[in-house]
Write a protein that binds this ligand. Sequence first.
Ligand SMILES: C[S@@+](CC[C@H](N)C(=O)[O-])C[C@H]1O[C@@H](n2cnc3c(N)ncnc32)[C@H](O)[C@@H]1O
Length: 297
Amino acid sequence: MPDEIVQWLRPENGGVIFDGTFGAGGHSIAIARRMAVGGAVLAVDRDPAAVQIGTDMLAGDPELRDLPIDLYCGSYHHLDRVLAAAGRPAVDGVVLDLGLSSDQLADRQRGFSFTGDGYLDLRFDPSAGQTAAEFLAVAGEQEIADTIYRFGEERFSRRIAKQVVLRRKQRQPVREVADLVEICRRCVPRSKNHDIHPATRTFQALRIAVNQELTILTQALERLPGWINPGGRIAVISFHSLEDRIVKQAFRDDDRLEVLTRKPLRPGEAEIHGNARSRSAKLRVAEVRATETTASR
Ligand SMILES: C[S@@+](CC[C@H](N)C(=O)[O-])C[C@H]1O[C@@H](n2cnc3c(N)ncnc32)[C@H](O)[C@@H]1O
């Protein structure tokens, strides 16, 4: 939803906009192209591969080379580190476009796509934390079931967890994408319209768990308003109900913020037509109240 993001964040007014989820750079580039002289985009991505591709793209493309985008590797809940590195005290707008990028989904070796055939990794940052395969190798049956239920809202989580643990006992632990897809196919009945793959919810749950996505989002929403100048805005695009609930409640319960979108905004038909994954996107925007000081930083 790059057009909507540009409209809400108003880069033509100048200042500094933080893109906390650079991905393939669509939002950063759209914002930077409309940025007033002297303004800048600070961008991060947690995935070192995305940052490398983005850095090469920004330096190598003559149309992008002069755009005011500074790209760093890191997590969006550490905006303070980015501000320190960039020598800036605060920003005037923030965009978070949650979830995974098309590049990550297309990379069959990282485990994000259940049509892939590689190792079940699922980490955004391959240098940190436990992989999904490692989690499934050591966690108890109850913990696996709870994780898949809580983060995937998968009704058949217990069956899946049981099969995962059974394979461990048979000395054939779940290591590859195909191992887990096969278990999900056996445990999850086909959805009525055949529109949801039996592994969708389980992969979502494990990705959220190994990347601690909801904890990071919650922490970020507590911290970010303290680093945004009064009148600045924060726009968050979420892709499933767990994320959207966190954003909605955080915006509503934060006295520093005024909610600008009473209901979440959805992408238009044209965008959904061009990118089927955008059909579940929800955009919420809030503004830091003008009376708010930055004392909470
Ligand atoms: C949906 S994509 C962003 C797409 C981007 N807006 C574009 O226009 O190309 C989400 C990106 O967020 C990154 N990401 C996920 N969690 C993150 C975090 N905590 N901090 C920074 N980046 C994160 C992922 O690695 C992925 O590249």
